[in-house]
Structure formats: C-alpha cells, structure tokens
Design a protein around this ligand. Structure first.
Ligand code: KMT
Ligand code: NI
Length: 179
C-alpha cells in the first residue's frame, strides 16, 4: 500500500484524516527515493522480524520500541496527534515499521509540495534526517508502529520555521543531498 500522491492542504482537525488526494499525477517509488525516502512492503507471512532487523542494522538504527496510537489507550490522544501533524524535521532519520492499523505520513517533495504516503501493516518507511514531514492517523484512528533509533533516541521535533530549521546542519545536508 505504498502508493504516494500529491495532497490537498487542509486546516488541522478532522479533515486531516481523510485521504485528501489532490490529482491523478503519479508520485512513484523513484520520486520518493529522489526525496531521500525509502518505502518497502515486508512480507508478513515470512520471517518479517528478521527482515526488519536486518534493514534497521543496515541503516544503523538497531534499537527500537513500539508505539500504539489510538484514542483508547493513548493519553491525550488529540493533543499528541496535533503535535505529530505539525510540520517538522529531525536530526536523525525517522524509520517506522507498521505492525497493525494504518495512517498517513506526509512529506515535502523536492519542490516543497505536500506528498501523502499511506501506510499500513507490513510497510517499512525511512524518512531521512532533515526532511520536512508530519504524521496523522486516518479515520480508523489506530496504528501500531515499531520506531527505530540509534544508541539514544533523538526524537525531538523541530517545527518548521522560516530561518531556524533552514539553518540546521541536518537540513542543509539534506537539501544538498537532493540536488
Ligand atoms: C512520529 O514520530 O510522528 C511518531 O512516532 C508517530 C508516527 S509512528 C506511526
Ligand atoms: Ni517526525
């Protein structure tokens, strides 16, 4: 289910959980890779843990935890979701393996257009350090994801700003890398 598309921009709130497909223009795996992102479908009928573990070692992020995002078990769900949906970047890659449920990762492409990446069970997603992105659940409001990190988690979100995030080393490296 990794079939990304250009998305319509809406105000944060209930609408963010709708598919919001803007047009029929394709946004392919190759386009994703040009943005420095990788998306894989892992065969869940096989030894998926081994495949996921190998991938995480290959990208140097062998530590992990599991996050369950839903309104029933997650305290302050709406506030957390609002934070996930703020446009931001990180100083480490964001690597996620979807174990259950579904949702949307939105990234800015090389032309700064929003691209929506639907994810569901079995999807492995790599977003590079420095890329602007955000996350939301879909209307089912439920996802379980494995999150990967290096020796220590660096999950601080740096919300997009005109100057500060543009001047971060990781942002500059990212922009240089996609040119
Ligand atoms: C993040 O960093 O946005 C999250 O951990 C939530 C998304 S994981 C499905
Ligand atoms: Ni993030």
């Amino acid at each position: 289910s990794i079939a990304a598309y250009f998305m319509e921009e809406v105000a944060p709130g209930a609408l963010q959980k709708k598919p919001l497909r803007l047009n029929d223009l394709p946004f392919t795996i190759k386009d994703l890779e040009e943005s420095g992102c990788f998306a894989y479908k892992v065969d869940m009928s096989g030894d998926w843990e081994k495949a996921v573990e190998k991938y995480s070692e290959d990208v140097g992020m062998k530590n992990r935890d599991v996050v369950k995002i839903n309104p029933v078990t997650m305290p302050n769900f709406d506030e957390k979701l609002a934070i996930f949906f703020e446009e931001h970047l990180h100083t480490d890659p964001e690597v996620r393996f979807i174990m259950e449920g579904s949702g949307y990762f939105d990234i800015r492409d090389v032309q700064d257009r929003w691209v929506r990446i639907p994810v569901a069970k079995g999807d492995l997603l790599f977003l590079p350090a420095g890329i602007y992105h955000r996350f939301t659940t879909d209307e089912k409001d439920s996802i379980v994801a494995m999150r990967f990190f290096k020796d220590a988690p660096r999950w601080e979100a740096h919300n997009r700003s005109k100057q500060e995030t543009e001047e971060m080393v990781e942002r500059k490296e990212y922009v240089k890398g996609i040119k």
